[in-house]
Design a protein around this ligand. Structure first.
Ligand code: ATP
Ligand code: MG
Length: 441
């Protein structure tokens, strides 16, 4: 046998039954997004590297060391392109919105779901291919949109049964306010230059705000004593922040102010927020977002305000599991027991009618090409499938133009009860017997 080939490090297969949890979450998200009138957008995985350099910022972990980039082969016209697999979706989304002039008629509310790629050290909650769901509102300057996005996320947590989260918010103000803060921050860190680690010493010149984001425990005291941006905000920035807090308070959403919340990306201004949990170890941020009024311009579009968030699907699903919240497994309505292979053409014609009527059916299929296997072994599989019913396509019943129905589970008073015969000539009328209607799977 040839040598086995395994998946790329940090990139996971999502297999059944686990994949059912993903579909379940995606379905909840789609339905929720439509209630808030956010529309789906799908952008390519590959973009020009330049987009992320400009849209994320050169002095960020992502651009400095985490991107999967390559030189594309030149095409007929001799174009060389330097391409990158998207490490996040905001820059691509802004590119698409600009390219297609989507803000021409006013603001847009958009959402996306999909894989992102970052070359990080794989560990729990941190992968090289991971998945984000994101919501973004472009073209709206007011704090009510920041608030709407947070309410949307909170509604999602409620919908999927997530309770162990905490909301942290902060305001980064506007560029001039950041500049004043930055000057004092730099002089504070310069006074304590001996206490800075290597990364922070480098960032002191390039991006001192990021020092506040450090995960190095030996720098916590230093960082705690640093000047806080919130104290540099002017009246307008504070009014924006107050506008957000008023809506959160009216909706009884608990929040805490985290003055050290600066986010990893450079294009944020005013509102920033994170949903965090204590239950996932070091990778405790499940959703992060904020306002990025300067990004669209930076990527070459007509200036327009914007705000959004992205959640990590793996972390959210992990937290659901951690809380012991069960996602119902996918099970078929019916398992088709087929004693005799000769009846397959007729059986499959019947199954087709039932499936057209919305019944989900697991058809018994044999591993051997000359026998369907014993009825007893078929019933074992029917039981294991989780199906509510078995339909038994026995030869003598088929000869009488009928099929036997047996309830396998669901209603204890009926389970194990004798079989009922259903007439083949009126298949459509069985459908209501077999389906689960609106009861959840
Ligand atoms: P972190 O500080 O954990 O590295 P980040 O600031 O890089 O997060 P964002 O770019 O804001 O993260 O992405 C939004 C969300 O996507 C994160 O809050 C997290 O839930 C998830 N996420 C980010 N990177 C990864 C990854 N490598 N693997 C799994 N989930 C991730
Ligand atoms: Mg990161």
């Amino acid at each position: 046998m040839a040598e086995k080939i395994s998946a790329v490090k940090g990139m996971n297969d999502i297999l059944p039954p686990e994949s059912a949890r993903w579909e379940w979450l995606e379905q909840k998200v789609r339905s929720l997004m439509s209630r808030y009138a956010y529309r789906n957008i799908r952008t390519p995985i590959l973009e020009h590297t330049q987009l992320f350099i400009r849209g994320i910022g050169e002095v960020t972990d992502i651009v400095e060391k985490e991107m999967y980039s390559f030189e594309d082969r030149s095409d007929k016209h001799g174009d060389h392109s330097h391409l990158t697999m998207r490490p996040e979706n905001t820059a691509s989304l802004v590119r698409a919105v600009t390219e297609h002039n989507l803000l021409y008629e006013g603001g847009k509310r958009l959402y996306y779901m999909g894989p992102m790629f970052r070359r990080e050290r794989p560990q729990r909650g941190r992968y090289r291919q991971f998945h984000q769901i994101g919501a973004e509102a472009l073209g709206y300057p007011g704090p009510e949109v920041d608030a709407e996005l947070i309410l949307l996320a909170v509604a999602l947590w409620k919908e999927i049964g997530l309770t162990d989260w905490r909301l942290e918010i902060n305001s980064l103000g506007q560029p001039a306010e950041r500049a004043a803060h930055r000057a004092q921050l730099v002089s504070y860190f310069e006074q304590h230059a001996g206490l800075l680690d290597e990364d922070s010493t480098r960032r002191l010149r390039s991006n001192p705000l990021r020092i506040l984001d450090t995960k190095n425990p030996s720098m916590q005291a230093l960082v705690d004593g640093a000047p806080q941006l919130i104290n540099f905000l002017g009246a307008q920035s504070l009014a924006h922040f107050d506008g957000l807090k008023a809506v959160l308070d009216a909706n009884k959403i608990d929040w805490t102010l985290n003055p050290r919340l600066v986010r990893g990306l450079d294009y944020y201004n005013l509102t920033v927020f994170e949903f965090v949990t204590e239950r996932l170890g070091a990778q405790g941020t499940i959703c992060a977002g904020g306002r990025y009024d300067y990004l669209i311009e930076q990527v070459g579009g007509k200036p327009a305000p914007a705000v959004g968030w992205a959640l990590g699907v793996e972390r959210v699903l992990d937290l659901i599991r951690e809380q012991g919240h069960l996602v119902p497994p996918l099970t078929p309505d019916v398992y088709a027991v087929i004693p005799n292979a000769a009846s397959l053409p007729l059986v499959m014609q019947v199954l087709q009618v039932l499936r057209d009527a919305g019944i989900s059916i697991h058809m018994h299929t044999s591993a051997s090409s000359d026998s369907m296997g014993s009825v007893k072994s078929q019933f074992k599989k029917a039981d294991a499938s989780g199906a509510l019913f078995a339909l038994i396509f026995g030869e003598s019943e088929l000869e009488q133009r009928s099929v036997a129905l047996k309830r396998l589970r669901g209603s204890p008073s009926l389970a194990g009860e004798a079989q009922t015969l259903l007439p083949l000539d009126d298949i459509a009328s069985w459908a209501h017997l077999l389906g689960r209607g609106t009861t959840p799977h």
